[in-house]
Design a protein around this ligand. Sequence first.
Ligand code: FVH
Length: 272
Amino acid sequence: MSNSIAVQRVSVIGLGAMGAALAKALLAGGHEVTVWNRTAARAEPLVAEGATVATTSAEAMAAGDLVILCVLDDAAVREHVEPAAEQLRGRVLVNLTTTTPEQGRSLGRWAEANGVELIDGGIMAVPSMIGGPAAFLLYSGSTAAFDRFRHVLDLFGRAEWVGTDYGAAAMYDLAILGGMYSMFAGFQQGGKMVRTTGGSAAHLATLMGPFLQAMAGMFAQYAPGIDDPASYVPEQSADFTAGALTTINTAADEAGTPSELLQVLLKTVPGI
Ligand code: FVH
């Protein structure tokens, strides 16, 4: 390991598929890693790679200057964090568990009341991507803590700071996932439609994929319509968009593959 990067004492609580990948990245980065998991056997492969295992989650928290939580949900986070206020005081807690923004803010209030510096995070990767070039993670909350430990967090994937609102990382995370699920719902609907003409979803995938990639390149052009609608001049009018969606909706009805999704999309056209 390079002398320019200080070795940190990092604890990882939760060794499911994602927590184990995070712990491995920390070990590969040369840090002193303490781990804990509710089902103890899941810690064994990491101990073989050099991690120290703690016998309780509170013991693991006390062992790290940086404490990373990656458990199932907010309820599991609170179950382990609240009784360990003493062990966490003065430490930096990074919660990479998926939660809602309000749950992130509530944990932020708890952290401030208990002398804990909180960074709330969202992981935009699957476990096999951790540490690779395509992974990025969203962080919000304590700027000082983020600046202090950014070099460690960068081991997981590109660290993207989104603001001091403890709920911001979760909001960006869920916004991105919402876009992803909308895209898959559109592909599902399109696949049903082309099959009525003797086509296939497999063929559609080869056409829709590159087209949507090109369309995603236009997000930046559309962003002012949301950030500053008063001064935004759309490339295509609301009437054009509503007309296109009406035609798609009619085609779906004619094909016997009607979709509430298309009707909902029509309702999202501004001014229609
Ligand atoms: N896996 C993924 O692709 C996604 C990518 C985006 C972010 N998510 C979030 O990461 C959190 C953990 O996900 P995971 O993939 O590691 O999930 P599992 O493999 O199912 O492991 C769950 C771990 O949580 C532990 N756990 C559950 N309940 C409790 C509890 N009450 N107390 C302590 N630990 C608990 C569980 O322990 P065990 O079942 O092994 O004893 C696992 O360590 C999650 O928020 C994703 O949304 C991953």
